[in-house]
Design a protein around this ligand. Structure first.
Ligand code: SF4
Ligand code: SF4
Length: 151
């Protein structure tokens, strides 16, 4: 059926495809603190047990099956899942080039591909405007958190 205005352009099918492989899930400092609190552990323990480094930034580790370590049929940290997971698919690169939506949709069955590009741009822009800024966590943040319990 052709796209009608007011229909959602994205509905997550909970397939988990984006939780597997896929270049990794970067964590912001807020993500690290929120997930640690949710797991009832301090941030240092969270980083040691659940994260890997990519350059100077933290990624969530993957299990042997290639899935995010928090994937368990569904996201086991859903209420505090990282900004990157919450934001998908309303991300900056779609505004940079709206054709990225199509590329992303080839990996995500929840994204509609029959939506006019201008509508996609408008909706993504609106989502981004409503989002609070949150910068990625880098190595110095880890040092400043050392030994600090947030539980
Ligand atoms: S790939 Fe898309 S539809 Fe599947 S879980 Fe991820 S966001 Fe949802
Ligand atoms: S945190 Fe949750 S939503 Fe994000 S990649 Fe891991 S399992 Fe998927």
């Amino acid at each position: 059926m052709p796209y009608k205005d007011s229909e959602p352009i994205f509905t997550c099918k909970k397939c988990g495809d984006c939780c597997k492989g896929y270049g990794g899930t970067f964590l912001t400092q807020n993500d690290i603190e929120a997930i640690s609190r949710y797991l009832n552990i301090d941030t240092e323990t969270f980083i040691t047990n659940y994260c890997v480094m990519s350059g100077s930034r933290y990624l969530i580790a993957q299990g042997k099956d290639g899935y995010c370590i928090f994937w368990n049929g569904l996201c086991s940290i859903h209420p505090v899942k990282p900004r990157m997971c919450r934001a998908w698919p309303y991300i900056e690169s779609v505004l940079v080039d709206v054709r990225n939506w199509e590329i992303m949709a080839s990996m995500c069955p929840g994204m509609r591909t029959d939506v006019p590009p201008e509508t996609i741009r408008e909706i993504v822009k609106r989502h981004l405007e409503n989002e609070k800024p949150d910068s990625p966590a880098a190595t110095p943040a880890r040092q400043s958190q050392k030994g600090k319990s947030l539980t």
